[in-house]
Design a protein around this ligand. Structure first.
Ligand SMILES: Nc1ncnc2c1ncn2[C@@H]1O[C@H](COP(=O)(O)OP(=O)(O)OP(=O)(O)O)[C@@H](O)[C@H]1O
Ligand SMILES: [Mg+2]
Length: 329
């Protein structure tokens, strides 16, 4: 099997950390692993590992990198953000006719795009924040008052996101978001408990126990809060939420996973409002994946160890591939 790590997005380093964790946890008796490091400039390079013979369907665009991979039967794309989590790499893997972990092309592209994602969820009767999408050059309109969230449509790790408190901050926020994407969102502020839940499976997905995100020393769950030591606290299960509300979070997370046609894994980020209403913020098809990432911790609390999680994901990838290989096109 092959692990794809790094990639062109600003989450490159996070992806490398996730890949290192995965490598450590995979049983060397069961898996023959090669790592493909994708550089910030997009070049693919075959890292150390064993078994490099031939799988010429995987293009390796680096001039001096080996043009073939080993006899790869499963690919684990541990790539966050654009050019990895957004359906592009998944398309390549479909063309290569190889099993791969996680959401397929359409689900990856849909969940990467916070604007399209919200539209599909609304259509399915799942609550999401109200938002407007702007294209570069559009007049800035904020119908929601302040504070308001401004986001690039397709990124992650809170990169390019601002909580704007007034008109001046809004103008700066819009400029910043447009540095990262041609499309941005202005989104109503939701005052609630931030809760994340893991989902695992293909046809019969299951939810983990939800966990509460508590930013420490940060107003919201921004980049620094996510990655600085002590920047956040994960509380599993969330405090002050009823059993009923937690069951709602799990049910709605699975619904979001199903209506967006996800497979394998996802981390669903939600807000629980004061009256117990669950609002889905976003769905990450390749969530941070170190052994201490939120996704792993949520499943650990649910009774699925990290290495077992990996085994299950690999089985799910193979199951999908086998299922689909029987289709006539
Ligand atoms: N509408 C909102 N109301 C209140 N807080 C929000 C809202 N949207 C985002 N936030 C805050 O900003 C954080 C980042 O937002 P979001 O999850 O949409 O971005 P992301 O960059 O895709 O994150 P991830 O790292 O999970 O991929 C949230 O975890 C939350 O703390
Ligand atoms: Mg998020």
């Amino acid at each position: 099997m092959a692990i794809l790590a790094g990639g062109r997005s600003s989450e490159h380093e996070i992806s490398l950390a996730s890949a290192r964790s995965v490598l450590e946890a995979l049983d060397p008796e069961s898996y023959d692993v090669v790592t493909v490091a994708i550089a910030r400039d997009g070049k693919w390079e075959l890292g150390s590992g064993s078994g490099s013979s031939a799988a010429e369907t995987l293009p390796v665009p680096a001039a001096n990198a080996p043009a073939t991979l080993g006899a790869v039967d499963v690919v684990l794309p541990i790539l966050h953000g654009p050019f990895g989590e957004d359906g592009t790499v998944q398309g390549l893997l479909e063309l290569a006719d190889v099993a791969y972990v996680g959401a397929g092309v359409a689900a990856s592209a849909l969940c990467m795009d916070k604007d399209l994602f919200k539209k599909v969820l609304r259509d399915s009767g799942i609550m999401v924040a109200r938002h407007v999408a702007l294209r570069d050059g559009d007049e800035v309109a904020n119908p929601f008052g302040f504070p308001v969230f401004v986001k690039p449509a397709r990124l992650g790790s809170s990169v390019g996101i601002t909580k704007a408190h007034d008109e001046r901050e809004l103008a700066d926020a819009v400029r910043l978001a447009f540095r990262h994407d041609e499309k941005i969102l202005i989104e109503e502020f939701l005052d609630g408990t931030e809760v994340e839940v893991g989902v695992l499976g293909n046809r019969a997905p299951v939810a983990s126990i939800p966990g509460q995100i508590v930013p420490l020393g940060h107003e919201w769950y921004d980049y620094a809060s996510k990655y600085e030591e002590g920047g956040m606290k994960l509380v599993i299960p969330p405090e002050h939420l009823s059993e009923q509300t937690l069951a709602d979070v799990q049910r709605i997370a699975v619904e979001a996973f199903v209506v967006t046609e996800c497979e394998g894994m996802a981390r669903v980020d939600c807000f629980v409002l004061g009256d117990g209403t669950v609002v889905v913020n976003e769905l990450n098809t390749i969530p941070g994946f170190t052994s201490t990432s939120v996704y792993a911790k949520l499943f650990e609390a649910t009774g699925v160890r990290y290495s077992e999680l990996l085994d299950r994901l690999i089985d799910l990838a193979v199951e999908r591939r086998d299922r689909r290989s029987r289709l006539a096109y």
